[in-house]
Design a protein around this ligand. Structure first.
Ligand SMILES: [Zn+2]
Length: 412
């Protein structure tokens, strides 16, 4: 029995070495070990109760996708408190909030945003229609920054208050549908479902058959509040669907696979960071325990195998405190050696005098960027946008990134 097992193990070893030698192991999804591995088994989360809150003549409402408000109370004559808590802990400090507020009669109140397990992060924004948002002028912090307060005129017309513009899964689907009238854009596909049965969308940008193309993969919104990263993705894609000499030449050799919303449950449930299993999805790219990451990685590997194509570049859009590109250092030898170095220098030249920080980041964590390299030897970048980067700068940089990427890839 033991000898038989040894024979089987040896046979498997020989097959895997042969696959590796032929470069075919990229078509088998593998599991990876990391020095900073993360337990991504399901955890318990608190679902916020969706309801209309009333405190005297003031109403607050979280009954829409993307909302977060965990309690609403009056704390003195003119001050009302919105309590914001995370889906579970420990959690990255990205305290997301979004709610509607109105009054049965015109009034000016003080609104306090009170956070549990985090300090204030997102500058409050206000909207009358959930589409057009402006920053509130000013606010004050409490002593330990776990609360901020600001003056707010209220009336019968509801106002939306949120940490960033609210863009939920329905909004994302509408954007994707609007893209499909473009001749480079394929129909929207559903490549899997989230834990709570929301769709994971995908579409291809290119021309002709996938066969013989090299693949660029775009990802976004593993982390729900990271809206500025998603806005960068939108501007990036808008440049990719222009019909001009550059794009027409580009799509003779390349095809783009777009996955704009990897955490639809987190986005619609108004989570700070995690999916409905309480897991940071950008730590699950080693063992694929969460349905969202299982679906996207399976799809990419199987689709690459089906057309016998090579993903050469993966770009994952996020937000953090500043604009920064996380790339690989010189020690990694991808199928496009040194591409991200040259690319990001090209972006900087195009947007001068603006500049973006570049940070070579090690291979220590099970994040998407590292997966592209380990699975496909692809180049990869985490494209981080500052929480407060103005939209015209996001657009300037994202469009430059798209043009420079296409230009440079045609030379590789
Ligand atoms: Zn992120």
């Amino acid at each position: 029995m033991e000898r038989k097992n040894t024979t089987i193990i040896n046979l498997l070893l020989i097959i895997s070495l042969l696959l590796q030698a032929c470069g075919l192991d990229k078509y088998v999804r593998r599991e990876f070990t990391y020095t900073r591995s993360v337990d991504t088994h399901a955890k318990k989360i608190d679902f916020q109760s969706k309801k209309l809150y009333r405190a005297g003549h003031i109403f607050a409402d979280n009954r829409f996708d993307g909302a977060r408000l965990n309690d609403f109370t009056q704390i003195n004559d003119s001050t009302y408190q919105v309590l914001i808590t995370p889906e579970n802990t420990p959690i990255n400090p990205s305290p997301w909030y979004a709610f509607k507020i109105w009054s049965s009669r015109p009034d000016t109140i003080y609104l306090q945003l009170k956070y549990r397990y985090a300090k204030h992060r997102y500058w409050p924004k206000i909207s009358q229609n959930r589409k057009d948002w402006t920053k509130i002028e000013s606010f004050t912090y409490n002593a330990d920054s776990t609360a901020v307060s600001f003056k707010l005129p209220v009336g019968k017309q509801a106002l939306w208050i949120a940490g960033q513009p609210v863009i939920n899964s329905a909004d994302t689907k509408m954007w994707l549908d609007s893209l499909t009238s473009n001749p480079f854009v394929s129909p929207v596909r559903i490549i899997g479902k989230s834990l709570k049965n929301r769709s994971i969308y995908m579409l291809k940008i290119g021309q002709g058959d996938t066969k013989n193309k090299k693949i660029i993969v775009l990802l976004s919104r593993q982390h729900p509040p990271e809206v500025t990263g998603f806005l960068a993705l939108k501007h990036f894609v808008n440049e990719l669907v222009q019909n001009d000499t550059l794009t027409r030449t580009f799509y003779l050799k390349y095809e783009v696979w777009l996955f704009p919303l990897l955490n639809p449950d987190g986005v619609d449930l108004g989570h700070w960071r995690h999916n409905a299993h309480g897991i940071d999805l950008n730590r699950d790219w080693a063992h694929y325990r969460q349905p969202e990451i299982d679906a996207v990685t399976k799809f990419i590997v199987n689709e690459a195998k089906k057309y016998h194509v090579q993903p050469v570049l993966g770009i994952d859009f996020h937000s953090t405190f500043k604009d920064v590109y996380y790339i690989f250092d010189d020690s990694f030898h991808s199928v496009l050696p040194g591409f991200c170095e040259v690319w990001t220098a090209g972006i900087d030249r195009m947007v001068a005098p603006f500049k973006t920080l570049k940070s070579p980041y090690g291979m220590s964590q099970p994040i998407s960027k590292n997966w592209f390299y380990k699975q496909f030897k692809a180049e990869a970048m985490t494209y981080e946008v500052g929480d407060d980067t103005p939209d015209d700068i996001i657009k300037l940089k994202a469009r430059a990134a798209a043009v420079t990427m296409m230009d440079l890839l045609l030379k590789y």
